[in-house]
Write a protein that binds this ligand. Structure first.
Ligand code: Q9C
Ligand code: ZN
Length: 621
C-alpha cells in the first residue's frame, strides 16, 4: 500500500545496488573497503523502514563521455578493461602499481555504477524531482585523480557528477556547486579537478597530522586555496591529529563552512560523505557520532534550497557507518527535530586550525575576516590527550617494542618538541636517565621564537615543490642525543653529521643537511645496565635501541656519550643509521620527518622519562 502523497513531505532519493558489491579483493583477502560496507548500511536502513519512505533508485552505469570530463582516456580504458578476462593474469601487478588499490572481475562494473549512480541522483535533485538523495556507492571516489586510481578509489564519482551538472545539463540552472568532503581523508582528486574552477567550491575537512596522514602530501594543507579564477574556491581544514569529534566539526561548520556557504550561495550541495571520521572507525582515529553527522547535515540544509546529494566515500566500521547513514537519512526525511547533545568542547588545536584557515581565506570571504572572540578561544576548548599504551604482550621487552609507546595523538608539534631542548642530564636520577629541568638555568636554551611562533611553520611552503618546512622547525630545537655502542666513538658518529666515512663503514655517509658540529659532548654514567634491542617503530627503525636492563641493580653502571645536536640532525642520524637515505635518494627526508610525533609526545606528557620510553639510545646495526 502506497503512502498517501503528502505535498510537504520531503522526497528523498535512496540508491543502492547489489552489483556494487562485486568489487572485492581478488583472493578474498580482508580489506577495510569491502562489500559488507554498503550491505551493512542498506540492511540498517531497511530494518528501520527507511526505503519505504524514500524514492528507491537502482544504479546506472556512467557513460564514458561523461567520465571523460574529469578522467583521461587512458584511465577510463584501464578501468573499463581491468575486469576483462585478458587482464586475469595482470590484474595483481597492475593494481600494485597504484597506491592502495585492488582490482577484481567486478571492479569495472562497480566503478561505472558508482559514478553513474551519483550522476543519476544529482540530476534528479538538480531537476527538483527529488529534494535530496543518498547514493550508497562503492568503490569510493575522492582520491581518484584524473589519470590515476588511488586510495581505494577508481573513478571520482562526485567530481564526475559535478561536471555533468555544470557542463551537460545547463538547463537545470546549476551554476555553482558546493562540494563538502567530510571523509576523514583529504579529497585530493576532487581538489585537483576543480582547482582552477570557481563554479565548484571544494571544502574538505580531514586529518592532516602535519602532512603525515594519508594521502600524506602537502595537498591537504590550508595553504591550498585554489588557483587562477579558482583562487579562494578551495578550502582545506587540516586537523593536526585524531580525536576530533562532534564539537570540532561543528566549530568548523559554524566558523568556516557556513559563513562561506552563505556568501557563495550554491545551487546544489554534493557531499563526499565518508564516514571514516566516525567514532570507532579503524582508520580515522576521530570520533563523530551519528548525532554529530546529523547536525553537520542539518546545518547544510539551509543552503541551495535543501538540494543535497550525499555520496558515500570511506568509512570502515560497519556499525558506525550504518548508524551514521541512518541518522543522515532521518535528517533528510525531516521527520523530527534532532535529539542529542555534544559531549565535549573542541580541541585547542581546532581553534588554531580554524583561525589559520580563516586568515588564509579572509581576502576572498569577508565573512571570515573578523577575529574570533577571545572569549571563545580561551575558554572553549579541551586538552588533547597523549595516551600511554603499555603493551600487554607477554613477550619480553625486546619484542614488545620497548615497553611504553604512544598510541596516536600528539598535540601541537612545537609544544612537544620545545621541552625536549630543556631536558637535562641528571646524574642522581634513578631509573630516569633524563629529566626535564624546570629551572631557568639551562645552559643552552633553545628557542622557537620569532621565526616560528606556532605550528604554521610546519605547513608546506607555498609555491615550492611541495617540500614541507618541518626541517626549519626541527632545526631550532637542540636535544641531548645519548649514544651507546659504536656511536660513542666520535669520529664515527660525526660522519652522520658532517658526512664521510671511517673505517668499518661500507659507504660514505651523506651527513646531515645541517653539518654544524655538536654543541656539546658529555660522557655520562647511568646507574643501570643497558642492553640492546631491536625496535620496529617508524621512528627508531631497524637500528638498535638500547634499553635499561630490567634486572639491573643500583650498582650497575653503563657509560654513554651524549651529543648536543638539533632535532633535524637527530632525524638525519636516524635516516642514515637505517640506511633510509639511499631509498630516499636525493631528497633525503624531504617529504616528512622520520621522527614520529607520537613517540616524542611522551616527553611532553611526562616531563621526565624512563629510558625505555624515550629510546634515544641508538646503536648502529
Ligand atoms: N600505508 C578512503 O577513505 N591507506 N580511502 C593506505 C598505506 C589508504 C582511504 C595506508 C586509505 C585510503 C576513500
Ligand atoms: Zn577516507
Amino acid at each position: 500500500m502506497a503512502a498517501p502523497e503528502d505535498p510537504h513531505r520531503r522526497r528523498v532519493g535512496l540508491l543502492y545496488d547489489e552489483r556494487m558489491c562485486r568489487h572485492a579483493t581478488p583472493d578474498g583477502e580482508i580489506h577495510p573497503e569491502n562489500p559488507d560496507r554498503i550491505r551493512a548500511i542498506w540492511q540498517k536502513l531497511e530494518s528501520e523502514g527507511i526505503p519505504l519512505r524514500c524514492v528507491v533508485l537502482s544504479a546506472k552505469e556512467a557513460e564514458d563521455k561523461y567520465i571523460a570530463s574529469v578522467h583521461t582516456a587512458r584511465h577510463i580504458k584501464l578501468i573499463k578493461n581491468i575486469s576483462s578476462k585478458k587482464f586475469n593474469s595482470q590484474r595483481l601487478r597492475i593494481a600494485s602499481e597504484f597506491n592502495s588499490i585492488y582490482f577484481n572481475k567486478g571492479s569495472s562494473e562497480a566503478s561505472y555504477l558508482a559514478a553513474g549512480s551519483v550522476m543519476e541522483v544529482s540530476e534528479k535533485v538538480a531537476k527538483g524531482d527529488l529534494d535530496s538523495a543518498i547514493a550508497i556507492v562503492r568503490p569510493p571516489g575522492h582520491h581518484a585523480e584524473s589519470d590515476e586510481a588511488m586510495g581505494f578509489c577508481l573513478f571520482n564519482n562526485v567530481a564526475i557528477a559535478a561536471n555533468f551538472l555544470l557542463n551537460e545539463r545547463p538547463e537545470l540552472g546549476i551554476r555553482k556547486i558546493l562540494i563538502v568532503d567530510w571523509d576523514v581523508h583529504h579529497g585530493n582528486g576532487t581538489q585537483n579537478m576543480f582547482y582552477n574552477d570557481p563554479r565548484v567550491l571544494f571544502f574538505s575537512v580531514h586529518r592532516f597530522d602535519f602532512g603525515m596522514f594519508y594521502p600524506a602530501s602537502g595537498d591537504g594543507s590550508y595553504c591550498m586555496i585554489g588557483e587562477g579564477p579558482g583562487a579562494g574556491y578551495n578550502i582545506n581544514v587540516p586537523w593536526e591529529q585524531g580525536q576530533c569529534g562532534d564539537a570540532d566539526y561543528v566549530a568548523v561548520w559554524d566558523h568556516v563552512l557556513l559563513p562561506v556557504a552563505e556568501s557563495y550561495d550554491p545551487d546544489i550541495i554534493l557531499i563526499s560523505a565518508g564516514f571514516d571520521a566516525a567514532v570507532d572507525d579503524p582508520l580515522g582515529g576521530c570520533c563523530i557520532t551519528p548525532y554529530g553527522y546529523s547536525l553537520m547535515l542539518k546545518k547544510l540544509m539551509g543552503f541551495a534550497q535543501g538540494k543535497i546529494v550525499m555520496a558515500l566515500e570511506g568509512g570502515y566500521n560497519l556499525k558506525s557507518i550504518a548508524d551514521s547513514v541512518l541518522a543522515c537519512a532521518k535528517v533528510l526525511l525531516e521527520e523530527k527535530p534532532l535529539v542529542g547533545s555534544i559531549k565535549a568542547q573542541p580541541l585547542e588545536s581546532t581553534w588554531r586550525v580554524i583561525q589559520e584557515v580563516r586568515h588564509e581565506l579572509k581576502t576572498f570571504w569577508p565573512a571570515l575576516s573578523v577575529e574570533l572572540p577571545q572569549k571563545v578561544l580561551v575558554s572553549n576548548w579541551r586538552p588533547c590527550s597523549v595516551e600511554l599504551n603499555l603493551s600487554s604482550s607477554s613477550e619480553s621487552i625486546v619484542e614488545n617494542d620497548g615497553g611504553a609507546s604512544v598510541t596516536i595523538c600528539a598535540t601541537n608539534f612545537v609544544e612537544i618538541i620545545e621541552p625536549l631542548s630543556k631536558l637535562n642530564i641528571d646524574e642522581d636520577n634513578h631509573g630516569k636517565a633524563i629529566t626535564l629541568d624546570h629551572i631557568a638555568t639551562d645552559k643552552s636554551p633553545v628557542v622557537l621564537s620569532e621565526e616560528c611562533p606556532n605550528a604554521q611553520a610546519l605547513m608546506p611552503d607555498k609555491n615550492v615543490d611541495g617540500c614541507t618546512r618541518w626541517r626549519s622547525v626541527l632545526s631550532k630545537t637542540e636535544v641531548w642525543y645519548g649514544s651507546y655502542g659504536s656511536n660513542m666513538w666520535k669520529p664515527g658518529f660525526l660522519c652522520y653529521i658532517k658526512g664521510g666515512k671511517v673505517e668499518g663503514m661500507n659507504e660514505p655517509c651523506p651527513g646531515s643537511q645541517d653539518k654544524s658540529s655538536p654543541k656539546g659532548v658529555i660522557w655520562k654514567t647511568v646507574p643501570h645496565q643497558l642492553f640492546f634491542a631491536r625496535s620496529l617503530t617508524r621512528t627508531w627503525g631497524k637500528g638498535g635501541v638500547a634499553f635499561l636492563h630490567p634486572e639491573s641493580n643500583k650498582n650497575d653502571k653503563a657509560y654513554m656519550c651524549m651529543y648536543r645536536i638539533t632535532l633535524e640532525q637527530f632525524n638525519d642520524v636516524l635516516l642514515q643509521e637505517n640506511s633510509l637515505h639511499q631509498e630516499n635518494g636525493k631528497s633525503q627526508g624531504a617529504g616528512a620527518p622520520l621522527l614520529d610525533l607520537s613517540d616524542i609526545g611522551v616527553v611532553a606528557e611526562n616531563k621526565s622519562l624512563p629510558l625505555e620510553a624515550l629510546k634515544v639510545l641508538m646503536l648502529r646495526d
